[in-house]
Ligand binder design. Structure first.
Ligand code: AGV
Ligand code: CA
Length: 314
């Protein structure tokens, strides 16, 4: 099988880290490196959790990890960012010490730049957080975009309702776009092919109590134990709607990478708003850039795929 060469950049949330776990189980994927942002997390525990997951579930492969130095004027809520401290403290990830997966001394953007510079075939990028590190690479070496096969990004939405509920935001934006709207603009102004997994499709994959129960019943298998414990860190708030429902946002983007057939897509043209109360809102625009938008997902096939991958984990 011809493996897909993938670089993964994530921002340390529970579903970012479970995405990494699943990515490591995918036979179609050769993971070249991982960049970690302290966006929906704090960067130090998010980085250590990343390295521990590669140690535990990476089948002995050596995959370098780099931390991002990116910051923002629009941080995620602290309560969400705290979850990464619990992730890196999971006993399942702390059975074997010390950590073996190498941590690079340079930034995630430098690391990505080096991976692209050295590539002799096109690299697929999977981003499940803000696009800041990719924008940094585009600014410093725009010619490297030729080395990118495509970008699969969890972020944005063309729906009327986003998921940012902040005092100065009008509610249209999705968080990853809101965190760094300028970066979205930079990436969308480049020639990179963009596959966007926005809220259109991720709204179809909420974390329900029946999914939690399904994983609990299989907890004797280590992959399901990991999923169940990880998602136990995100509270189920059935009587409190604001900012509450957890979706398998990043996991869907990760599964789409190798299994696009569980989704439907359509070609749209889009732009992004970079100032004012709609900051980070992605909009349809006839004169905008082409985007392959994931519209729907077959959620039965999606959860089956997660099962298959979790079963693979040893
Ligand atoms: O907007 C979705 C992005 C995804 O990359 N993140 C979570 C996923 O990692 C932000 C987010 C939106 N609602 C959240 C989020 C919530 N209730 N808890 C944590 N993060
Ligand atoms: Ca994320």
């Amino acid at each position: 099988m011809n493996e897909m060469k993938v670089y993964f950049n994530h921002d340390g949330g529970v579903d970012d880290l479970t995405s990494l776990f699943l990515l490591l189980q995918m036979p179609e994927v050769e993971l070249l490196g991982v960049g970690v942002m302290g966006a929906d997390s704090y960067v130090e525990p998010a980085t250590s959790a990343t390295r521990k997951i590669i140690d535990r579930f990476g089948s002995g492969k050596t995959i370098e990890v780099a931390s991002s130095d990116a910051g923002t004027r629009h941080p995620f809520p602290t309560a969400w960012r705290m979850e990464t401290f619990s992730m890196t403290a999971l006993p399942l990830l702390n059975e074997y010490e010390p950590i073996k997966t190498p941590l690079r001394g340079d930034t995630a953007a430098n690391h990505l730049q080096q991976i692209l510079s050295g590539a002799n075939e096109p690299i697929t990028l999977l981003f499940t957080g803000p696009l800041t590190d990719l924008a940094t690479v585009i600014h410093s070496q725009p010619e490297l975009t030729d080395k990118i096969a495509r970008l699969v990004w969890m972020g944005g939405t063309f729906l009327d309702r986003g998921n940012v509920e902040e005092p100065e935001a009008d509610g249209h934006a999705e968080w990853n776009a809101f965190w760094d709207a300028e970066a979205v603009k930079t990436v969308w102004n480049s020639g990179i092919k963009v596959d966007m997994v926005g809220l259109e499709s991720t709204n179809n994959v909420p974390l329900t109590s029946s999914v939690r129960r399904h994983w609990a019943h299989r907890r004797q298998q280590v992959g399901f134990d990991f999923l169940g414990n990880s998602y136990a860190l995100v509270p189920e708030l059935r009587h409190f709607v604001a900012n509450s429902t957890y979706f398998l946002w990043d996991v869907l983007a990760t599964c789409y990478l190798t299994h696009p057939e569980i989704t439907t897509t359509k070609l749209v043209y889009g732009d992004v708003i970079t100032e004012g109360p709609s900051l980070g809102r992605t909009i349809l625009a006839a004169a905008g850039r082409p985007i392959k938008l994931v519209e729907t997902v077959n959620s039965v096939q999606f959860f089956d795929l997660i099962d298959t991958l979790a079963t693979t984990a040893k």
